[in-house]
Design a protein around this ligand. Sequence first.
Ligand SMILES: Nc1ncnc2c1ncn2[C@@H]1O[C@H](COP(=O)(O)OP(=O)(O)OP(=O)(O)O)[C@@H](O)[C@H]1O
Length: 268
Amino acid sequence: MLLKVDNVHKSYRHTSSWLTSNHQSQHVLKNITFEIADKEIVGLVGESGSGKSTLARILMQLERADSGCLFFMKKEIELTKKLADKKFYQNCQIVFQNHLSALNPSWKVLNILLEPLLNLNLFEKKAHLDQISYMLNKFHLNNDLLERYPHQLSGGERQRVNLLRSILLQPKLLICDEVVSNLDVIVQKDIIDLLKKINQEMNMAILFISHDLHAVQYFCDRLLVMKNGEIIDQQARNDDNSFSFSHPYSQKLFSSIMIADPANRQKK
Ligand SMILES: Nc1ncnc2c1ncn2[C@@H]1O[C@H](COP(=O)(O)OP(=O)(O)OP(=O)(O)O)[C@@H](O)[C@H]1O
């Protein structure tokens, strides 16, 4: 097992009135427990506000949980304590939706791609340059992009650079938080197919957080469904490629896309 997440809870305190300074607590993650195997692609879906991004930030130890721990590559990490070490970030990377703000606007793409590699002192600079050039090709990006700034790239190119920056570290787990949102459908499919290829070639597990129910069904081996801070359903893909959900909420969620899908409407 690559990752085991055990009993994570998180609450936020909100000031309910600026006049009285009353505080209210919102329990956004409740008893989150799940596992991801080596090389597995797991989708995480759920309505807006159900806690998906909070969970991702806590797994990356960008913020602390109230309780819970994870086991990553057999090492136990207390999620209520200090931030992760370099070794953790080398093996577990996250990519967010907002590719424009994720990339330093005053750096050329080459420096953006080089920086995390040099930070982790992984190899010699020459080896990095060879690796970058090889991977650019795989990502269908031209070498001349290296000399450009992020604002000189299209949205799809920027998100590919953003993903490439994390993938160059060859992590064992990549967390993708809405990485294909706001891109046109052709670019979305290109990026998902690219991730699939990388998953197979580099044996990299992926936690794919998305609102796009078509994309998760196309891409993922197993799906986790969140509602009000809880994982209410976990289903692996059936032999016939479909998913059979057991919770009424997930059944309703996924049946709504069957109805919304124009291909299905025509069949009726
Ligand atoms: N830093 C924060 N401080 C206070 N409340 C927060 C904070 N971050 C998130 N929340 C609240 O926690 C809940 C879960 O938010 P989160 O962003 O994790 O949901 P989500 O499922 O990722 O939503 P979306 O799909 O819209 O991105 C929301 O009600 C949100 O308002």
